[in-house]
Design a protein around this ligand. Structure first.
Ligand SMILES: [Zn+2]
Length: 113
């Protein structure tokens, strides 16, 4: 018997399969049932998605992240932090390194989650 816990599928695909399955089962068992609560719980498990504007995944708190150059003696280095809770990376020499560090810390694996 296949051990589906070992299936090598991205989280996004597992999410999509579960969402479709919940909708299908609900439609066949009780079409009048409100499944928005169930879909809301499932949504909590949705893997992080890059913001098309910033290239950053959201913070674990749900806040939007941004990358900025530091001031003073750290000028020329970059850090990425959350605008809501102020969690952030250490400073990096390039914006890209700072963004990659943030995305990795927030569980992003390039869409292969
Ligand atoms: Zn945050």
């Amino acid at each position: 018997m296949t051990d589906f816990r070992m299936a090598n599928i991205p989280k996004q695909e597992a999410y999509d399969l579960l969402r479709d399955w919940i909708k299908l089962v609900a439609r066949h068992t009780n079409p009048d049932q409100n499944i928005s609560e169930l879909l809301g719980w499932l949504w909590k498990l949705k893997p992080p998605v890059l913001d098309s504007e910033t290239g950053l995944v959201p913070c674990g708190c749900g806040g939007k992240a941004e990358t900025h150059e530091l001031f003073g003696e750290y000028r020329g280095t970059y850090m990425t932090d959350c605008k809501e809770c102020a969690t952030g990376t250490t400073q990096y020499n390039t914006e890209k390194e700072s963004q990659d560090a943030w995305n990795t810390a927030m569980g992003y694996k390039g869409g292969a989650e």
